[in-house]
Design a protein around this ligand. Structure first.
Ligand SMILES: [Zn+2]
Length: 91
């Protein structure tokens, strides 16, 4: 099966990018804060690239089109996601 690569939220840090350590730091003006370090999985970007099955990608596109309302409103993109039975009803 063909696959496509998507850029999505890092699963390791949930998109937070920087994660807290157990170290309490004191800033130059006397405030204390928890030291945070970049997520090792995404190098502090909060994103990861992932290969997914093309059919799963189409399902994701379809779900987004449905979230946005009528898929037909999304021009050719939404229309292409209709199954053949639905296309017949459009004519
Ligand atoms: Zn991460």
């Amino acid at each position: 099966m063909d696959k496509v690569q998507i850029l999505t939220t890092c699963r390791a840090c949930g998109g937070k990018a920087y994660l807290p350590t157990n170290e309490v730091m004191t800033s130059a003006d006397g405030h204390t804060y928890i030291r945070r370090v970049p997520c090792t999985a995404c190098a502090g970007s909060g994103r990861e690239t992932r290969w997914i099955d093309l059919r799963d990608f189409v399902r994701m596109l379809n779900a987004i089109a449905m979230e946005d309302g009528n898929p037909r409103a999304n021009s050719d993109f939404g229309l292409a996601l209709f199954d053949s039975k639905q296309k017949e009803n459009i004519k």
